[in-house]
Design a protein around this ligand. Sequence first.
Ligand code: CP
Length: 303
Amino acid sequence: MKLHHLIETQQFDRSSLKQLFDLATSLEGKRERSLEGKILASLFYEPSTRTRFSFESAMLRLGGDVLTMESVRDSSSDKKGETLEDAIKVINHYADAIVLRHSETGSAARAAAVSKVPIINGGDGNLGQHPTQALLDLYTVQRELGRQDDIHIAFVGNLKYYRSARSLSYLLSKYKNIRITFVSVPELQMGDDVKQHLRENNVRFQETDDMQSIIRDVDVLYQTRIAKEWITTGDYESLKGRYVITRPIADSMKKGAIIIHPLPRVDEIAIEVDDSPHAVYFKQVGYGLIVRMAILKTILNGK
Ligand code: CP
C-alpha cells in the first residue's frame, strides 16, 4: 500500500484497510528499529493525550525519534502571527513526517498542500475528520467482533461536532450489510455531507433521539462526548447528561455487543460500566497504538 499524506478516511479501500490492519496485528507487543533515523514532529494546536502520546510512543517503538511541541498556540511562532503554511514549510526541514491537530476544518489539507513530508491528520476542526481515530475504531470492531461486515452500529450523543464519528461513517460505507443508527438530539445530528455519502453508497441509516429503542439490537455502541469546546455554554448545559450509559443500560445489550468510545470520557459512560463485558474503550486505546505503528511504518516505508 502506498500512503503519503493521511487526511481523510475516503483515501482507503477494503484492500488497503486489510493490509494496514494485518500489519497492526503483526506489530502487537513488538519493538523494532525499522524507522531508525526517521523523525516524527507532533504539532498540536489543540489539547490531546491519546493521539499525541500514541503517535510518539508508536514512533519510539519503531526505533524512530520524535520532535514534540504542546500548546502550539502559546509556545510556537503562531503566537507571533506565523501561518500554518509557513510553520509546515519550516518543519519540513526538521522532520520526515508531521502529525497535526488543528482547530480549523480543512487545516490538514492546507498543510498537505505545502508539505513535501507526509502530513497525518490528528483531527482538524469541529466539522473535519480524525481519520487515525476512525481507523483504530474500526480495527477495534474487527478485533472484538471478528468481522466488519454485517454490523449494526449506533453512534450516540454528539454527532455533529465529532470528527472521528464522521470519519468512521465514511469508512463503514466500504463494508457490506452495515446498519447505522444515529442517536442524538436535533441540535447535534450527523452532518448532511456524511448522510449524503451514506445514501450514495447505499448504506442503511436511521436517526432517532431514543437510545433505549435500539440498545438491545446493536452490535456496536459508539458513545461520544458532548464537546464543551465546540458548543456554546447555554446549549452545553442543556445537552450534557442527555445520553448516559449506565450499568443497567450496558447490561441490557445483547451478548457479544461492544461499547466503544474514542475518549476522553466526561460523564457519558458511568464508571460502573468499565468492568462490563461490553466495555472495550480502554482496550481500544491499546489497539490505537498498534494501528498508529502500522500507519507510521506504512507512510515512512519502514522495512
Ligand atoms: N481520542 C482522542 O483523539 O483523544 P485525544 O484528544 O486525547 O488525542
